[in-house]
Ligand binder design. Sequence first.
Ligand SMILES: [Ca+2]
Length: 400
Amino acid sequence: MLNNMIDGARLMYSCRQTMNHVGQFIILIALSVFGCGSPVPTGISEAETFTAGNSQTRFRVETVASGLEVPWAFAWLPSGDMLFTERPGRVRILEQGKLRPEPVYTVPDVEPSSESGLMDVSLHPNFAANDFVYLAYAYRGDGKRVKIVRYKFADGKLAEPKIVIENIPAAPNHAGTRARFGPDGKLYVTTGDATDRQIAQQMNNLGGKTLRLNDDGTVPPDNPFVNQQGSRPEIWSIGHRNAQGLAWQPGSNLMFQTEHGPSGFDGPGGGDEVNIVEAGKNYGWPVVHHDQSRAGMVDPLLLYTPACAPASGAFYNGDKFPDFNGNFLFGCLRGTRIIRVVLNGRNVVRQENLLEGNVGRIREVAQGPDGFIYFSTSNRDGRGRPAPNDDRIMRLVPAN
Ligand SMILES: [Ca+2]
């Protein structure tokens, strides 16, 4: 408790310093909304037991790695080792549960400002045969842009970069980007509106969309807009503001996304969404948001006001938490929790908050090959209140 108070005091001080140095009213507002205004994490002990699902499920939280800087995404190799990204541009590896001190790779042309930088990492579905790893990151091209680059993972390093797609619009904020392979073997990419909201409805622009690509970046001939004149053929769905969670429901293969709603300058705060995303559909931004509806535009499955800032998305189907089977889990930045959604197909049965306020801002959430639920903190992203060992990768393990 005392430690938390000291951490809190230190942070308040560092926030004030930032304000003095920058001296801009807008930064002050942003800090009060996103960073210094949020509560100090209560902290967590590894002996502590938490409950979920009306106390049926008991779990503890273990720290897997610490001293990190905004760990954004995880990908597990067939060996069970975990690759993960840090937003400033580093790919790191946990080998047999231990953090290798030096990075696997540092992206040479990353543009690590504000919300963007190095974001997603994914393995090719046939990684065991081809060793392909995909990174999504912001770089400086003709203005700020995002690209997806494919590498070969060999001898513990990433080599032979090949651009899969580039020149996706980006900005310091709302740069997306998840890039994940779907059950059909295609690469799906969520792109942000790059704080230029109109582009989300423009068919000749890759911003504010979901894209669907072959593994080499070519366009699948069965994409919904390939034959529509004036449309980018890569587009799968439109009208997204900034989706950063992307996962497929086991069994149904439905695509679920989490998406950040407006944050004041581009619409009233809140309106964060979970969507079921299907080919050719329009998810509304910026024409409709929050609880607004319009014919031809898809309403969200779930809405969160005030904002929870959903930053990830994963389905659970492991053997360590039988009660979580088929649940959709995602981490919340501003909302400082993991949200667990119980689903019956397309319908929400109920939801609950896990670890609310305990560890601060939560970004990635994913099921490991061992069936444990891994997540990362994001308290060093400029909007949090980092503990001395932040950022961390942690995991939920059953407590019996
Ligand atoms: Ca929407």
